[in-house]
Write a protein that binds this ligand. Structure first.
Ligand SMILES: [Zn+2]
Length: 422
């Protein structure tokens, strides 16, 4: 039996190690760098292994020649996009209505679709995604996350909510007589005890955060009404925060939003009926707002609204109005479009609508990177800065001048690995 490696073998291993470490050092050379806060012309970004090790003018980088150079001429380099509200397990409702996805597509089919959606998202520059509910597919989101983390399939870093929690009787699919049992889009609970137990069950099964529905339409076609009592929301938030997790709330009525805010949720999703008073309360309580403009825009078009030729529908008018109030209040805006309602990989729709509804492009870019990293507790992500993780994308042109450039993602690196370089 041979105990020692020969000198020759040692030398070979040393050479291989040196080659590997050199190749893992990459110098990215775009036209400009958006660092998560502002734009810098003429910067380069150096990456070693999975970390950013330098961002600045090339003449400030020591041993620049030791890096493998990647020319990204004509592009803006920026942190990977952090999608704040997705459903990897849904696909557009104009392909298959939500009810039919929940009732007729098996969790297996939905998982397979989810694999495709995850790859599309990553290739569109989404390197992190907060997925807010499997919508009837149980813990499939947890398993998608696991297989991405294990390197089995390509996809964004995921934060997942699991099945989400609704008040008994409030959620769909609806329209069946009381003798028919149908799979629901989330888990129903009533009362403090059930609510606490479900929060713990979901965390135990791998949910990174808890999503609750603070209001919903009790009957198809009706407007939304509050669902949970204040004490139920308080209990769910307490059960989650004691475990180091947090709660987010679907809410679009002022009262639903108010209860969720007072209960201590961290973000409000949708908020269509938000008033100035409510947004100011959010601001005071440091609750962030994820407006999901693209979901409303898509569903109104599915219902027949001809966006280019017809005036805004009532829902769109209301959405623009409440979004303006949110901006005036100074509440943190989370970039999150509710993608899945519309095609995965078209996350940029939300950015374009944010600009259309009144935010400057640079603020949209901040929201999708540094702001979302802060609000979603993602340390080491969302900025191009020394020691941050190498989640980096490059898009054609300058998206701070024209947000539509976000449709043209040419380069994607996640955790130091290049997934796209066109
Ligand atoms: Zn959603």
């Amino acid at each position: 039996m041979k105990t020692f490696l020969s000198n020759h073998t040692y030398l070979l291993i040393l050479m291989l190690w040196m080659t590997a470490s050199t190749q893992a050092q990459t110098l990215l050379i775009p036209d400009r760098v958006f660092d998560g806060e502002e734009m810098h012309s003429g910067w380069v970004v150096a990456v070693a292994e999975n970390k950013i090790v330098y961002a600045g003018p090339e003449n400030g980088l020591k041993r620049a020649n030791s890096y493998k150079r990647i020319d990204l001429g004509g592009t803006t380099l920026m942190p990977g996009i952090i999608e704040g509200h997705s459903h990897l397990l849904l696909h557009p409702y104009n392909e298959t209505e939500w009810n039919d996805q929940v009732l007729k597509e098996s969790p297996t089919e939905r998982a397979i679709r989810g694999v495709v959606h995850a790859k599309k998202s990553l290739m569109a520059g989404i390197t992190t995604m907060r997925d807010l509910g499997s919508e009837g597919a149980g813990y499939t989101d947890v398993y998608l996350k696991k297989t991405i983390d294990d390197g089995i399939i390509p996809g964004p870093r995921l934060l997942v909510a699991g099945p989400a929690i609704v008040a008994t009787g409030a959620y769909g699919p609806k329209g069946f007589h009381d003798g028919v049992t149908v799979p629901l889009g989330a888990v129903p609970v009533s009362g403090r005890d059930e609510a606490i137990k479900e929060v713990r069950t979901q965390m135990g099964n791998g949910a990174n955060l808890i999503k609750i529905y603070a209001d919903y339409r009790w009957k198809t076609g009706e407007s939304s009404q509050p669902t949970f009592l204040q004490e139920e929301i308080d209990a769910m938030v307490a059960a989650a925060t004691t475990a180091g997790r947090y709660v987010v709330a679907h809410a679009s009525t002022p009262e639903g939003m108010r209860r969720a805010i007072l209960g201590g949720v961290e973000t409000i999703e949708h908020g269509d009926g938000g008033t100035m008073e409510i947004f100011q309360l959010m601001k005071a309580k440091k609750v962030a707002f994820c407006p999901t403009l693209a979901a409303g825009d898509a569903t109104e078009q599915y219902k027949g609204w001809k966006k280019d030729t017809e005036p805004d529908t009532d829902r769109i008018i209301q959405k623009k109005k409440s979004f303006k109030l949110a901006l005036e209040s100074g509440v943190d805006i989370v970039f999150g479009g509710d993608v899945g309602v519309f095609p995965h990989g078209e996350n940029y729709r939300e950015m374009e609508l944010m600009v259309e509804y009144g935010i400057q492009p640079i603020k949209v870019l901040q929201s999708a990177t540094s702001v979302n990293a802060r609000v979603l507790h993602l340390e080491g992500l969302g900025q191009i800065q020394n020691d941050f993780l190498a989640d980096i994308i490059a898009v054609e042109g300058d998206p701070s001048q024209n947000i539509k450039q976000m449709e043209k993602v040419r380069f994607v690196m996640k955790d130091g690995v290049i997934y796209k370089n066109e």
